[in-house]
Write a protein that binds this ligand. Structure first.
Ligand code: ATP
Length: 358
């Protein structure tokens, strides 16, 4: 399938005092038509800058942005077939819900009957058809964000850009809106490019995610690929919790690695590593198991037990140094008889280990 939006070698440099900030560094990626695509990364990694370049609020220092086969050169934002929803809803306080949604249509000179039909259609889409005559201050934060969404969708953009649109909402409402946004994307068939620093939000909503750091695209993949097979230590650390163990390759073809404390560990086989090569083994806490120290590969002392409703996390100080977390689901039969201070063992199935090359 060909890309609907293509970011091709884009660099963006901002002047900063006497120096400069490289907000984007040779970033390239492709987004498919109708995709829910998320830009995910820590604060300052360049997500918003990339979104603003697509919208036309900024120009790239180098590189091209292509949308539906057209290179977006110097077209101003209003000439681009894109629209943006911001974190701050930016509604007109003196206009009603319906007037806010219809404002852009009126500016474009669309006739009143058609504009009114589209406003009704959009308000039904965001489930606000009973609120047409209210003013923004008479709405909750979540309802105001729905109005902003309806307004951005009303002129039928090819691509909708969403810049942390849910971050001002409380957790419960955010979860409801995450599901709603997915439905709205499916109902409209519009390509969504969504910016967030919240990994859980990205995993919940996206067809694919681009993980960014320091202006670079580190990995692009489905939520499962990003979580299960992180490209490097940064991605493994940023998405979910991960244990890291330093190791040296013994016989990678057979999947044998030597941990720093002299214990041999079995992982999946790799044909691209040399004996003696230094690697990091990444293990998700929920993929490891806690048990008696005698029968386990690694032993340690249980330092902390954190109960979290659905699961319990065991924090273990390893005998050879370092710390390790094991997470067990709380259901009938789950192991709960370990106490802080107990000597415990950690077991790691070979297929739970991701080998990250330095
Ligand atoms: P956040 O999640 O905090 O919004 P972000 O990933 O969206 O972060 P950007 O806003 O794209 O990050 O910023 C990337 C870098 O570029 C930062 O170091 C920021 O300070 C810098 N930057 C962004 N806009 C400008 C500007 N107009 N002038 C100078 N520097 C800028």
């Amino acid at each position: 399938m060909s890309n609907f939006v293509e970011i091709r070698g884009v660099t963006k440099i901002f002047p900063a005092g006497k120096g400069e900030t490289r907000a984007l560094d040779n970033a390239s990626l492709g987004i498919l038509e109708n995709e829910f695509f998320t830009l995910l990364g820590p604060s300052g990694c360049g997500k918003t800058t990339l979104l603003r370049l697509i919208a036309g609020f900024e120009q790239p220092t180098r590189g091209d942005i292509i949308l539906d086969g057209q290179v977006l050169g110097h077209q101003p934002p209003f000439e681009r077939p894109v629209n943006t929803v911001f974190q701050s809803y930016a509604l007109f306080p003196h206009l009603s819900v319906a007037e806010n949604v219809g404002f852009g249509l009126q500016m474009q000179g669309i006739d009143a009957v058609e504009a009114n039909e589209r406003v009704q259609e959009m308000l039904a889409l965001v489930k606000l058809d009973d609120y047409t005559s209210r003013l923004p201050q008479q709405l909750s934060g979540g309802q105001q964000q729905r109005v902003a969404l309806a307004r951005a969708l009303a002129n039928r953009p090819k691509v909708l850009l969403l810049d942390e649109p849910l971050s001002a909402l409380d957790l419960k409402l955010r979860k409801v809106m995450q599901i709603e946004l997915k439905r709205i994307r499916e109902d409209t068939g519009i390509t969504f490019i969504f910016v967030t620093h919240d990994q859980e939000e990205a995993l919940t909503m996206s067809d694919r995610i681009a993980v960014m750091n320091e202006g670079r695209i580190i990995q692009v993949g489905t939520p499962t690929e990003i979580y299960e097979d992180p490209a490097d230590r940064f991605v493994a650390d940023f998405i979910g919790d991960t244990n890291f163990l330093d190791a040296e390759c013994c016989a990678a073809g057979e999947g044998r690695f030597m941990l720093a404390e002299g214990v041999e560990i079995q992982a999946g086989s790799r044909n691209d590593l040399e004996p003696g090569q230094r690697v990091t083994l990444a293990i998700r806490p929920e993929r490891a198991a806690i048990g008696d120290s005698a029968e386990a590969l690694m032993s340690g002392t249980l330092e902390n037990v954190v109960y979290f409703g659905t699961d319990t996390t065991y924090h273990i100080a390893l005998a050879g140094g370092g710390r390790f977390q094991v997470r067990i689901q709380n259901r009938d039969g789950a192991l709960r008889h370990f106490q802080v201070g107990d000597a415990v063992g950690v077991r790691i199935p070979p297929d739970a280990i991701r080998v990250l090359v330095h």
